[in-house]
Ligand binder design. Structure first.
Ligand SMILES: [Zn+2]
Length: 332
């Protein structure tokens, strides 16, 4: 998957493409950032750009073609010079796995130009394995690049971290997550947008969660906002709270609904600011959003957004779902 096909992270990918073109890539890199945002994909794209037979331009750097023999072999994980080390069944990366790749980096690359060692979930390295990595990073083998990928960089030894140039990957835009879910994960547009809006910018989290739950949460949140928009009667508002908390008073369910409500209110705020419709998290609900925008002016949107934020916070600190929902229903 070449750089140009990866969603988001444009400045980082351009940096890697430029360093590839100029031959200025540091021998060890640390790709840090939330899980499920494309760090490993970027590492594989880098390995392809370093070994592709049919390079093309990307910004002012170089990118792989994605379809030549080396690119295909790297994508399949069978290229003789590109190793991906990852935790086994035990959940940790064993020192033997590290010794094995380090041994193999002692020779010149067999079939490619540059050898690339990708250590995925590098936080799963035990201390002895980290020491072995450190020794290698201190005297990097020629023509080799090490890429450590992790969502918990602070678990690594400071000595390992300081040897690596760190690239910080942030969360993806919600629109990018939705597009990936439709393209690569066979979700419908509605499922993808609901799941993406609840994903915190991580494709991984969007896939782990249930798209059905996310859609249900979004519908419930929109219903409650509509209800609050049409009545100031406190009794009707508290009926809305019951709709929000659901029958079982389930904490996770309320939490999903509050996150969905926060995402809808954010979109209403963006519509008030006349932002580009493509930046909306719930772009598929446009007509619904338009009608809510008429009921919620700018100030009310901000107040409601802040109230939902406080409610999420209270729920995380173990407040009762019913009390949180009742309180919130009167604030909207
Ligand atoms: Zn290629």
């Amino acid at each position: 998957m070449p750089f140009r096909t990866i969603a988001g992270h444009r400045p980082l990918l351009e940096l890697l493409a430029r360093a590839t073109a100029r031959g200025t890539l540091p021998p060890s890199l640390l790709f840090a950032g939330p899980s499920g945002v494309g760090k490993r994909l970027a590492a594989v794209a880098l390995a392809q750009a370093l070994n592709c037979d049919n390079l093309s331009r990307f910004a002012d750097g170089l990118d792989a073609c994605g379809s030549c023999k080396p690119c295909t072999r790297i994508a399949k994980g069978v290229h003789a010079d590109v190793f991906i080390v990852q935790p086994g069944d035990t959940g940790s990366i064993k020192i033997e796995q590290i010794r094995d790749v380090v041994d193999r980096t002692g020779y010149r690359p067999f079939e490619g130009r540059r050898r690339v060692v990708i250590i995925d979930d590098a936080d799963a390295l035990g201390i002895p394995a980290q020491d072995a990595v450190l020794k290698t990073l201190e005297e990097p083998p020629p023509a080799s690049v090490f890429v450590l990928v992790t969502d918990r960089p602070d678990v690594l030894l400071p000595t390992v971290r300081s040897r690596c140039q760190r690239l910080r990957f942030g969360p993806l835009e919600v629109g990018d997550v939705a597009a990936i879910l439709v393209r690569d994960h066979e979700m419908s547009s509605a499922e993808a947008h609901a799941a993406a809006a609840a994903s915190g910018g991580s494709v991984g989290r969007a896939i782990d969660g249930s798209a059905e739950d996310a859609m249900e949460a979004r519908n419930a949140a929109a219903r409650v906002l509509h209800g609050a928009a049409s009545s100031t009667d406190p009794r009707r508002r508290l009926d809305g709270a019951r709709a929000l908390v659901g029958g079982g008073g389930d904490r996770d369910e309320l939490s999903r609904r509050l996150l969905a409500m926060s995402s809808i209110l954010r979109d209403i705020g963006l519509l008030h600011a006349r932002a580009d419709a493509r930046t909306l998290a719930n772009v598929d609900l446009q007509s619904e959003l338009q009608s809510l925008t008429r009921a919620y002016d700018g100030d009310r949107t901000l107040r409601a957004f802040a109230a939902v934020d406080r409610a999420i916070d209270a729920l995380e600190r173990n407040a009762s779902p019913k009390i949180v929902a009742d309180w919130l229903a009167l604030q909207l």
